[in-house]
Design a protein around this ligand. Structure first.
Ligand code: ADP
Ligand code: MG
Length: 335
């Protein structure tokens, strides 16, 4: 640890937390999961270590995802998690760092304060907050400061955030609680109902990443799904096809597209015209669902592209916002 102050950016996502240090890049990338001892209330593990405990923990240990649906479901646990990751990033030295945190746009004033407090308690000198869609757009390299409108769709774990951005601000936006987690649940329900097999969250996510797709093409991936037979309760392996998973998740994907349309409807015509012409940029882990860009382009008739490194956009954009930290701090104080 050196005797110099560092500028730090944190992407506090519902699925993953990423810490970016200026001049260094990404130093922490871990699932937003905390393992808690139910009897003592103590934190047992955080991040990857906690994630590995899900579904296979002794009864007294529960793995918690303290951020749910884009909001902080568990205050104290979220704070403990933030602290843990900041220490893991080794950015607190004699000179305390300045930190920018990207937060879901749906969180309340009280929750904003809780995040600020957690970061200060973890050893930050100052903390500023930035809204996720803005960070995502910055990270995707969109011209957010220009008068032309840009649209970003960030598909995370808990929420899909759609926003049109121009002149450094969010012009119109929409946040729905349908994103990666909802797709996992849809897969679980589909397999239970149509195949008669029960699977866990992890298996569902695995299937989604392996053969999830939003658009029909010539490929038809298959996946061996391990679960439990609904009637016998015994372990069972079934080969599932890509088209089945598409059927399972398509309603949720259509909801995301509906949010895109609604956001455009609430965007001033000139800026909406910019979006029609310049296209839509997809960020977040959900942007990696095969063919989702093609389906959105097909339905909306707007060119749609997946950002390079979609999982990193919010963290990198929050890092870019560090340059404007004075402006952000001033903005936070006004409120
Ligand atoms: P958050 O910002 O909410 O933490 P992320 O942007 O990190 O979320 O995205 C996490 C979500 O993306 C999870 O639901 C995860 O399953 C999903 N995801 C990650 N990689 C892929 C992939 N290759 N295909 C489909 N979904 C993916
Ligand atoms: Mg995110």
């Amino acid at each position: 640890m050196g005797f110099f102050s560092k500028d730090v950016a944190i992407d506090l996502g519902t699925a993953n937390t990423i810490i970016y240090v200026k001049g260094k890049g990404i130093v922490v990338r871990e699932p937003s999961v905390v393992a808690i001892d139910r009897y003592t209330g103590k934190v047992v593990a955080v991040g990857n270590a906690a994630n590995e405990m899900i579904g296979r923990t002794p009864e007294n240990i529960t793995a918690v995802r303290p951020m749910k649906d884009g909001v902080i479901a568990e205050f104290d646990i979220t704070q403990a998690m933030i602290k843990h990751f900041i220490h893991q990033a080794k950015v607190v030295s004699v000179l305390k760092p300045r930190v920018v945190v990207s937060i879901p746009s749906g969180i309340t004033e009280v929750e904003r304060r809780a995040v600020e407090e957690a970061v200060i308690q973890a050893g930050a000198k100052e903390v500023a907050l930035i809204e996720e869609p803005m960070a995502a757009a910055l990270g995707a390299g969109l011209p957010v400061d220009r008068p032309t409108g840009s649209m970003v769709v960030d598909i995370g774990g808990g929420t899909t955030e759609v926003a049109v951005i121009a002149m450094g601000g969010i012009v119109s936006s929409r946040s729905i609680r349908i994103a990666g987690d909802a797709l996992d649940s849809a897969i679980i329900n589909y397999l239970k109902k149509n195949i008669g097999i029960n699977i866990g969250d992890k298996m569902a996510e695995e299937i989604k990443i392996a053969i999830g797709s939003a658009y029909e093409d010539n490929e038809e991936g298959v996946y061996d799904v391990r679960g439990r037979d609904v009637t016998t309760g015994l372990p069972r392996t079934v080969q599932i096809r890509e088209s089945q998973i598409r059927e399972a998740i398509i309603d949720n994907i259509n909801e995301m597209i509906e949010a895109v349309k609604m956001t455009l409807e609430h965007t001033p015509p000139e800026l909406a015209a910019d979006v029609m012409e310049r296209g839509i940029t997809l960020t977040g882990g959900g942007a990696l669902i095969k063919g989702i860009d093609r389906l959105i382009a097909d339905v909306t008739k707007i060119p749609t592209l997946v950002a390079e490194y979609p999982l990193d956009c919010v963290a990198v954009g929050t890092g870019k916002a560090l340059d404007d930290i004075k402006k952000l701090l001033a903005k936070n104080k006004v409120r």
